[in-house]
Design a protein around this ligand. Structure first.
Ligand code: UT7
Length: 324
């Protein structure tokens, strides 16, 4: 019988470093109210956003991913040659080929990288983190650079007040590598394809969503999924220091935090609110929030973080990791 050799890797993985990038241009709610029928008050009350960043016309998703990825590598104290695989979760590449990951890997200087994009919309980062961790554990990759990057302003009708006030641009990255002790938990993921029509983009033009249906789904279904991720890691909610849900809407984020506290999470649980100054950046929102919270001292090395992403699909994924 033919014997096919198998690879095997280290028993455990960890996040070795993180980095993020946001475009320079800050867009306030007042600026948006000048071009559409909305107001600073409505946006703050309903979504919790005060300002967001929009990329320049000639600034591409790939450019932002290169910045975030390079910073994550230097945060980890690694060289491009230490990485062999690059994953770019995103849903806003202007065309499907060439993918973002191969371009980003080349620009960063990762030679002959395994490079692929992963589209699970706003759940993309948690999906990719799960894939990266399993690639390392299986021995398929040594170290993986995961970069959530989005240029949502390319796919949002600039005067559609339902979407243009929410979405923004940016990138956030994490380097995943081997560990002696498990510092990334199993990913819990899934999808609700019966709700596929609630968020969509037709013919690569603009994003539309049935905001209220998605809002109801997110505020009822995501907390139990987050709880499953905690159980999958063999922990209890009281062990969690930091909660980073996808930054879709501050009201959704707060509802998830409240539900988890009612189920046993600590009152001093730190809940990410990066959406206030970053907007909803889809695949980039979780690593962006993580990096910003580290910079502000809201997340410290060794903290137990619960991340959960959710969005079009409707797709969701969550896992525990220890902050680097
Ligand atoms: O990241 C991917 C996953 N996406 C999400 O998780 C998004 C989930 N959904 C949401 O966050 C919210 O549903 C939205 C922020 C999208 C909308 O907020 P809402 O509180 O659900 O508003 P709504 O769509 O129910 O609209 C309420 C009212 C409507 O007016 P009428 O019909 O009551 O007169 C809207 O026309 O608010 C109006 N409206 C606005 N008014 C001022 C909708 N957008 C705006 C706006 N400014 N930007």
């Amino acid at each position: 019988m033919t014997t096919i050799r198998q690879t095997s890797g280290p028993p455990a993985t960890q996040i070795l470093g993180v980095g993020s990038y946001q475009p320079e241009r800050i867009v306030t709610n007042d600026e948006l109210s000048q071009i559409m029928d909305t107001s600073d008050q409505w946006i703050r009350d309903r979504v919790g956003i005060v300002e967001r960043r929009f990329a320049a016309k000639d600034e591409r998703l790939v450019d932002m991913a290169v910045e975030a990825g390079s910073k994550a590598l230097s945060d980890a104290g690694l060289e491009p040659s230490d990485v062999d695989t690059v994953i770019v979760p995103n849903c806003t590449m202007p065309s499907p080929i060439p993918n973002a990951a191969a371009q980003v890997a080349d620009r960063i200087g990762v030679k002959a990288a395994g490079a692929f994009d992963l589209n699970a919309a706003c759940a993309g980062f948690c999906y990719a983190l799960g894939v990266a961790s399993d690639l390392v554990k299986s021995g398929s990759s040594q170290r993986v650079l995961v970069i959530g990057a989005e240029k949502l302003t390319d796919v949002v009708d600039p005067v559609d007040r339902a979407n243009a006030i929410i979405f923004a641009d940016g990138a956030g990255a994490a380097v995943v590598g081997p560990a002696d002790e498990p510092r990334i938990g199993p990913v819990v993921w899934g999808s609700a394809g019966d709700l596929v029509d609630t968020i969509y983009m037709r013919e690569h033009k603009y994003i539309y969503q049935e905001g209220q249906s998605v809002f109801r789904w997110a505020t009822t279904k995501i907390a139990p999924i987050a709880q499953r991720a905690v159980e999958a890691a063999g922990l209890s909610l009281a062990d969690i220091d930091v909660l980073i849900p996808h930054q879709a809407n501050l009201r959704i984020v707060e509802a998830i935090g409240k539900k988890l506290k009612a189920k046993g999470a600590r009152e001093d649980l730190v809940v990410a609110d990066d959406i206030v100054h970053s907007g909803n950046t889809s695949s980039a929102s979780i690593p962006l929030a993580l990096d910003h919270m580290r910079q502000k001292g809201r997340v410290s090395s060794g903290d137990v973080v619960l991340a959960v992403g959710f969005g079009a699909g409707l797709s969701y994924a969550g896992q525990i990791f220890v902050a680097p």
